[in-house]
Design a protein around this ligand. Structure first.
Ligand SMILES: Cc1cc2nc3c(=O)[nH]c(=O)nc-3n(C[C@H](O)[C@H](O)[C@H](O)COP(=O)(O)OP(=O)(O)OC[C@H]3O[C@@H](n4cnc5c(N)ncnc54)[C@H](O)[C@@H]3O)c2cc1C
Length: 422
């Protein structure tokens, strides 16, 4: 009998793991709670053949695992706004980018980035939130303001919550600068994986319990005809820990692992897409505009799409995103209007609240002061024949990215292959 593995979750971590396991000759079943695959990858079709991303969107130059799969599966990437070249701040009623800042503002930002860089190089995880750190370090008020924006606009949390050690990474220091998008939408990539895996992928089958016995693992899966126990040799769990913490796991997990699963934090994001009949801004591309308020970042995903219609992606992160509820689209429109008061009527809007999403319960993980070092040893540690993957278990520089999810799926597969070769 070939080794059998159950992969729980058909996001990019689960799909890439299953893809690699099949390649290695392992018998795989994937159980996914939603009616669709992709998880936090969620492309939606709007008017006139245009599309937008309610979940993951941008791919960096150094996201080589994703780029390799895209090439293998015949999926093209388009170039997107260059971050940070196309980054604008809407400050005191005016749009600024690096070129239009005063000399003092530029030096304030350079000073902030230099200090973050040294934190990164020293691999420190101080017992300080970003806010506490900003208050004690000699950092100019302008740079503090930008840092606080970045906490919500990049990592979906608040400066009073995120540890400064983790922030040093998410501020982009560990990542490549050039950005790309998946042509046709990122869902094309997950759909291509699912097509390759065929009947091994089961949607609408939430896993309710995982139990390891002496020689096997038993997984309780909810199907249309009730709970079914499926026995297997090993399991890869790719669920966000915000969701996993409510699923009973009877396995030799050590206390520190249980503690990490139960307390790893996830930022909240509401993403709203607004489709306009035409471009109403003067530059060729809307770039990425950071602003203060309910939405903290707005950009254009239609840069490389056909048609005169244009979409703006509006991103609300952190505790502010938790309060938008049904008003999300109206508040996104209001945010665009503060920058462009003459913006035309929209054709369509579409929104997703990742915090309220029962299969995600947040956008991506972040770390409180000290938690980065505290949890690190346990993120990838198996418990017997139960292995963990998902964005949150990825190498630090890819955590919170699709690349991280993919690399974690590949790593979990390798852990199983290592077990088999022992
Ligand atoms: C708004 C937003 C914007 C983002 N932007 C970017 C970006 O621009 N670039 C980038 O690289 N990354 C971005 N990300 C991050 C990226 O989406 C994630 O890192 C990645 O998709 C996570 O993949 P995963 O497989 O780890 O988790 P998921 O995609 O969450 O997959 C886990 C799967 O498990 C399923 N599941 C949950 N509970 C159960 C259960 N009980 N039984 C069975 N299945 C279950 C879920 O439905 C889900 O499909 C963004 C994320 C969000 C939310």
């Amino acid at each position: 009998m070939p080794h059998q593995t159950i992969v729980i979750g058909a996001g990019l971590a689960g799909l890439s793991a299953a893809y690699e396991l099949v390649r290695a000759g392992i018998d795989v079943q994937v159980f996914e709670a939603r009616t669709r695959v992709g998880g936090r990858v969620h492309t939606v079709q709007l008017h006139a053949g245009q599309y937008g991303e309610l979940g993951a969107e941008l791919v960096d130059d150094n996201h080589t695992a994703l780029i390799t799969y895209a090439t293998e599966l015949g999926i093209e990437l388009d170039s997107a706004s260059k971050f940070p070249d196309d980054l604008y701040w809407f400050i005191d009623g005016m749009l600024h980018n690096r070129m239009s800042l005063t000399q003092e503002q530029t030096s304030a930002l350079d000073n902030l980035y230099a200090k973050l860089q040294s934190l990164l190089e020293e691999q420190k995880d101080p017992q300080q939130t970003l806010d506490e750190w900003l208050n004690v370090e000699p950092i100019e008020p302008f740079a503090r303001r930008i840092a606080r924006w970045l906490a919500s606009a990049l990592f979906a949390t608040d400066s009073e919550l995120i540890g400064v050690g983790f922030f040093a990474y998410v501020a982009g220091l560990g990542n490549g600068g050039g950005n790309m998008r998946v042509r046709g939408g990122v869902s094309r990539l997950v759909d291509a994986f699912a097509k390759h895996l065929g009947e091994r992928v089961h949607t609408s089958t939430p896993v309710r319990r995982i139990q390891q016995t002496d020689e096997t693992v038993s997984v309780s899966v909810e199907t249309a005809s009730g709970l079914v126990e499926v026995m297997t040799d090993s399991v890869i769990v790719t669920l966000p820990w915000s969701v996993l913490r409510d699923i009973p796991i009877e396995a030799p997990l050590i206390n520190a692992q249980r503690e990490a699963i139960s307390s790893l934090l996830y930022g909240g994001v509401v993403k709203t897409l607004l489709q306009y009949p035409h471009r109403f801004w003067s530059k060729s591309n809307f770039g990425i505009v950071l602003l203060e308020g309910e939405y903290q970042a707005i950009w254009e995903p239609t840069f490389a799409q056909m048609g005169t219609e244009r979409i703006l992606s509006c991103f609300s992160g952190g505790t502010r995103s938790l309060k938008l509820c049904e008003q999300a689209s109206d508040l996104a429109l209001a945010a665009v209007h503060t920058i462009y008061p003459d913006a035309p009527e929209i054709i369509l809007s579409s929104s997703h609240d990742w915090n309220a999403d029962e299969w995600a319960r947040g956008a991506y993980c972040y770390f409180r002061p000290g938690d980065l070092h505290r949890f690190e040893p346990y993120l990838t540690l198996p418990a017997g024949r139960i292995f963990f993957a998902g964005e949150h278990t990825a190498p630090l520089m890819y955590r919170g990215y699709m690349e991280g999810a993919i690399r974690s799926g590949q790593r979990a597969t390798q852990q199983i292959l290592n077990l088999l070769s022992e």
